[in-house]
Write a protein that binds this ligand. Structure first.
Ligand code: SAH
Length: 352
């Protein structure tokens, strides 16, 4: 039995079954044994791969997009260039390389990374050595100022609660003890915040909520409105309305049971973009747009062709596959969505 398994068993024995949110939070960010606390999980040798790790084109498109929005808004200086959950720092490095072509952008940008993982902070420090980044642990700790923010595959790591519809209300799906290991349990709960889901669900249906995601979206919306400049780009998998159990565990690029390897597998849930947009407070939300459509509108195919001219053989084949993977509807193009939040006094950003 691992140290985290022991800790979780003792906690359930003392306090009773825990919500899926407690389980996810402990598995991912336990300060000693959490999945993200202890390792760099990204890449071929890790457990999963993300868009910026697939191709530099992803970060380049987003960097040029940020620079365009910043210029369209009159180029406020200084500004906060923030990323939530920056992983290996690859996305921010590609953003800075591409956006750095816009005069004044790099000089005005104060790079701030929101990260809890000591292991990943070290990797980010290396990737972004030339840009003097600062780290904070939560969005509320970001410095004040016009905020230009990106978050790729951050919200899917935030803990969700799961509710199963019964005739006139909800039961919460929890994690309890079962034999030598863990098992699912349910308990009746009051969930007035889910009244609006009684309309579109039937007994037996499962819905998920993410209080942390709503809190983060609200904080971003407040900041955008307060400074009347800035933008936030949220990219993740999910859709406008949560329905069904979407919590999944990945280890070495293969699915494993959600209760199987606490702290050793990545745990994620689909993002409910409807709930996220609804929590944005005083900011505007641009229409939710599939990643493939967004990247095509920004010109990824022209960029792919320019890069292809310098490649041959296996490198060329890999590059073509990467373009397809990022944009094609059967790969990441449709499952992944882009949500942009912006102050109501500013124009809808390009690409939406
Ligand atoms: N955006 C990167 C990495 C995605 S993995 C990419 O696209 O490659 C998720 C990232 O979010 C990791 O950096 C992880 O350490 C961070 N993270 C997870 N939960 C977090 C939390 N509650 N607060 C801050 N960062 C978190």
């Amino acid at each position: 039995m691992t140290a985290l398994e022991e800790k979780l068993k003792a906690r359930i024995a003392a306090e009773g079954p825990m919500g899926m949110d407690g389980w996810m939070a402990a598995c991912l960010t336990d300060p000693e044994h959490g999945y993200y606390t202890t390792r760099d999980p990204l890449g071929a040798a890790g457990d999963f791969i993300t868009a910026p790790e697939i191709s530099q084109m992803f970060g380049e498109m987003i960097g040029l997009w940020l620079a365009q929005v910043w210029m369209d808004q009159g180029g406020p200086a200084p500004f906060v260039l923030a990323e939530l959950g920056p992983g290996r720092g690859t996305l921010m490095a590609d953003i800075l390389r591409a956006a750095g072509k816009a005069p004044g952008f790099a000089e005005a940008a104060q790079v701030v990374l929101v990260e809890t993982s000591p292991a990943l902070k070290a990797v980010q420090a290396e990737a972004l050595a030339g840009f003097a980044p600062r780290w904070v642990e939560r969005v509320e700790q970001l410095p004040e100022g016009p905020l230009y923010l990106v978050a790729n595959e951050f919200f899917d790591a935030l803990p969700v609660r799961q509710f199963i519809r019964v005739e006139d209300g909800w039961h919460e799906r929890c994690v309890g003890l079962e034999g030598e290991g863990f098992g699912f349990a349910t308990r009746p709960v009051q969930a007035p915040e889910l009244d609006y889901r009684l309309e579109d669900t039937a007994p037996g249906d499962l819905v998920e909520t993410c209080a942390e995601a709503a809190k983060v979206a609200g904080e971003i919306g407040q900041r955008l409105a307060r400074h009347r400049a800035g933008v936030a780009l949220i990219v993740d998998y999910g859709d406008v309305l949560s329905k069904g159990d979407t919590v999944q565990a990945l280890r070495a690029h293969a699915p494993v049971g959600v209760l199987e390897a606490p702290g050793e597998a990545d745990l994620t849930a689909h993002v409910d973009f409807g709930a996220l947009a609804a929590a944005r407070g005083p900011a505007e939300a641009a229409p939710l747009t599939p990643q493939g459509v967004f990247l095509e509108r920004l010109g990824i195919t022209a960029r792919a062709q320019a890069l292809a001219g310098r490649l041959t053989g296996a490198a060329l084949s890999e590059h073509i596959a990467a373009h397809r993977r990022l944009t094609h509807p059967e790969e990441m193009g449709r499952l992944f969505k882009c949500l942009a939040l912006h102050p109501s006094n500013t124009a809808t950003p390009p690409g939406f």
